[in-house]
Design a protein around this ligand. Structure first.
Ligand SMILES: [Zn+2]
Length: 296
């Protein structure tokens, strides 16, 4: 027996979201700025064109994206390396003034996989101090540079009073690490670097994609996540997604999400607080093995 045409597969929702929402959207901006180059090689500071491309994010991309978020009336979460917070204090002030969240993203966008536990903890302590000083409140969220965490990272975050991590990729709804830390997982599909990043030398990225293709890529994932009750975590870099046609792309996709309805647009800290307060919201996926083979 076959499903009739148009009879789509609709599994039970993975998560019970607040206010009857069918899915959640977390818009993330990783403001790597100059650390995109400096974390690779401090000597790149002499490459003025390369550095100006990196600076485009904090200087042009962020103000423009803040204007769009205002226009759309949606909140966002900005993950910013400590060095960028120090270099661009007025940008930080503007993000906070608009009510968006600022989370941790290393000091110089360090790859955690190459750090010892002690080195990682020193950077964590230093960046918590910097973000607290510049934003006026202690950061609650952490996004690992390059998304990669170490086995000890959840314990370090919990020990330093961080509420959630948004770095792993083990699910498409929030889950708990063994120590109870909330994880809000992302995925490479919903990232702008793979779509838009390019630099000649050092060689970064690929040929920039057409926004229409990227809209299709992200919209298809959103629509299915809406059906499956997931958490749509979109990760954008202002030096890429602050370019005019990509700002239009974000406008188009968020406007389409708002028109579809049933979407809870939330900052990481709200998703983490809700997940912690409602552990029953998460529906596990069981391997339901039938006694006899299914008949098709
Ligand atoms: Zn980053």
């Amino acid at each position: 027996m076959h499903a009739s045409p148009g009879d789509r597969y609709l599994p039970p929702p993975r998560f019970t979201w607040p206010e009857g929402a069918k899915c959640t959207a977390m818009l993330c901006f990783d403001v790597d700025g100059e650390t995109t180059a400096l974390s690779e090689d401090p000597q790149l500071a002499r490459r003025r064109t390369l550095m100006s491309q990196c600076e485009y994010g904090p200087r042009i991309g962020v103000p423009r994206l803040l204007g769009l978020l205002d226009h759309l009336q949606v909140p966002a979460t900005f993950f910013i390396p400590g060095y960028i917070v120090e270099q661009h204090p007025r940008m930080v002030e503007a993000i906070v003034a608009k009510g968006h969240e600022i989370g941790l993203h290393g000091y110089l966008h360090e790859k955690l996989a190459y750090l010892s536990e002690a080195e990682e903890e020193a950077i964590l302590g230093r960046t918590i101090e910097i973000l607290t000083r510049f934003t006026g409140s202690k950061p609650l969220g952490f996004r690992a540079p390059w998304f990669e965490i170490n086995p000890w990272t959840p314990a370090l975050l919990a020990r330093h009073g961080i509420d959630y991590c948004a770095s792993a990729m083990g699910d498409d709804v929030p889950y708990f690490h063994d120590n109870g830390l909330v994880e809000i997982p992302g995925q490479w599909l919903l990232e702008d670097w793979e779509q838009f990043a390019f630099n000649a030398d050092p060689a970064w990225g690929f040929i920039p994609e057409n926004c229409a293709k990227v809209f299709d890529l992200w919209w298809r994932e959103f629509e299915a996540m809406h059906d499956f009750g997931c958490c749509f975590v979109l990760t954008l870099h202002p030096w890429l997604s602050g370019r005019p046609s990509r700002v239009r792309l974000l406008e188009d996709i968020v406007t389409a999400m708002q028109a579809k309805g049933g979407v809870w647009f939330a900052r990481g800290r709200e998703i983490a607080a809700y997940t912690r307060a409602h552990p029953e919201a998460r529906r596990e996926l069981d391997l339901d093995v039938p006694k006899s083979p299914p008949v098709f």
